[in-house]
Design a protein around this ligand. Sequence first.
Ligand SMILES: [Zn+2]
Ligand SMILES: [Zn+2]
Length: 323
Amino acid sequence: MVQILRLVDSVRKCLFVIGTALLLFVAARNSITWHLQRFWGASGDFWQQKWEDIYELCGRDAFFLGVFGTTVFSLLVFWLSNAFLMFLDVTGKPAVLLRYKIQPNKNMPLSKDQLWQAVRQVLINQTLVGIPFTVCVYRLLMWRGCSVLPQDLPTFHWAVMELIIFTLVEEVFFYYSHRLMHHPCLYKHVHKMHHEWTAPIGIVSIYAHPIEHCISNLLPPAMGPLLLGSHLATSWLFFALALMSTTVAHCGYHFPFLPSPEAHDYHHLKFNQNYGFLGVLDRLHGTDNAFRASKAYERHFLLLGLTPVSQQFPDTLSKKKSE
Ligand SMILES: [Zn+2]
Ligand SMILES: [Zn+2]
């Protein structure tokens, strides 16, 4: 009975998350296109033209675009998303944002040695691990019949459908591979590195042992495009969304108007809760029970005002003692 209730709750949560993400994506896409057309007179095939330009820039070479294009694109998305967060963590400025910290006194000040160690491992993962992995995935995508050609771009509606499926596929592969990483043997030799940060920062999202980076970070987002045989452009879009969402999940701040990072921050604090990123499979398997009874769960929502969640739901003394 409990299992059925959890399943129903899990499906409801899934529909809610996907529905919200879909609405936001469609609204953002429509508004960006509208503004571009309004102010720069871009034509309706603006996105097609952008992909044509990228293809041209890569010398119309599918391998170069698939491997080096994907690597450079991912590097840009990751480091641009993290540049501001790193500045905030290192300088503590702008100070007004520090009130959004989830674990207020952690990383204050941030250890430069620990930060440098994380940056070094992230760069190793993105290059020495990431490039050979991307070559393998590129070969598989070509074998699967995926296209990189501008004339094969999917329609907007099919691309949205693909993004929804990719998200669900990633949740399945990430949840189970992450739970596997918590098996004592693998945890000790592999996953422990990622958990050195009990209060994570943005770049910790891919601070991991190379084995974990392949299995839990790179494989889950690549599985959707491989299963569906998707266009490379849709895969890039999904990789960008996945990189930005994992950065937010690890950033250590519950900022207004961004997805709540409380669940994964709690995972870093408590280790055995919230293995997934949507929360759907955690609900199903009951691996979020302690989280749901915590103060962090009360704060786990999309903040739509400027008052920090920690002020709206402050720690009580008795709660502090019990946690
Ligand atoms: Zn993490
Ligand atoms: Zn973990």
